[in-house]
Design a protein around this ligand. Structure first.
Ligand SMILES: Nc1ncnc2c1ncn2[C@@H]1O[C@H](COP(=O)(O)OP(=O)(O)OP(=O)(O)O)[C@@H](O)[C@H]1O
Length: 209
């Protein structure tokens, strides 16, 4: 198994959102975290990323506790939260380039252009992200998935929301390709969109809170 979580509990504002969550995601597998608004999907994803400590339980990546192997783990991880996490003052292509260089890879405008074009954003290459629409910003963030090498584990919070039909299709095809290549995905969606390739598991956090 690649990603494993044992007995995870999450407490928010003094309330236990969930407890005793066990999950495992192997290479080539996707886990769809489902549940009503407020059931704790984003909180679970942040715990799996190591951004929020769980109230109880452990998360292991490739056999190592992520609490003690944070840097190595984050090299293997791509996380896209509700907010796209872009640098507003930088043009779209530079946002892709900076993310790549931080990951220790070489970059360049040509690769960024190809990645943005996949999401119909070639025209936005030189535009600062601050002036892009919400959906366009999301597409810039997700275009990083089209740059090689892609991190082995993708954790995506509502990746399909705010995307137009063409971008949803582009993202679907990238995610299917990722699974075909032995990558792993954990994602949430409220849309009725299951990934078509690879082995898909579903974890339901339940009803409204
Ligand atoms: N930092 C925080 N402090 C207190 N409560 C929080 C905090 N973060 C989240 N919560 C609460 O935890 C609950 C779960 O939030 P979370 O964002 O994980 O749910 P979700 O299932 O992703 O919801 P949605 O489908 O609406 O995105 C909510 O009731 C929220 O108000």
């Amino acid at each position: 198994m690649t990603l494993q979580a044992h007995h995870i509990a999450c407490v928010r504002g003094g309330r236990t959102l969930f407890s005793n969550i066990d999950l495992a995601v192997a290479p080539g597998e996707a886990l769809w975290v489902a549940g009503a608004n407020g059931s704790g999907k984003s909180s679970l994803l942040r715990i799996l990323c190591g951004l929020t400590p769980p109230a109880a339980g452990t998360v292991h990546w490739r056999g190592r506790d992520i609490a003690t192997s944070r840097e190595d783990y984050h090299r293997d991880l791509f996380y896209c939260g509700h907010a796209p996490g872009l640098k507003d003052d930088l043009p779209a292509w530079r946002n892709l380039d900076v993310a790549r260089r931080i990951a220790g890879q070489s970059g360049g405008i040509d690769d960024a252009r190809r990645a943005l074009a996949l999401f119909g954003l070639e025209h936005a290459l030189h535009l600062p992200c601050a002036i892009l629409s919400q959906g366009q910003r999301k597409r810039v963030a997700l275009a990083r998935l089209a740059l090689a090498p892609r991190p082995a584990l993708l954790i995506l919070d509502e990746p399909f929301s705010a995307l137009d039909t063409g971008s949803i299709a582009a993202l679907h095809s990238l995610l299917d390709q990722h699974l075909d290549e032995g990558g792993s995905i954990v994602y949430t969606t409220h849309q009725d969109l299951a990934l078509s390739a690879g082995r898909l598991h579903r974890l339901d956090l339940g009803g409204q809170s």
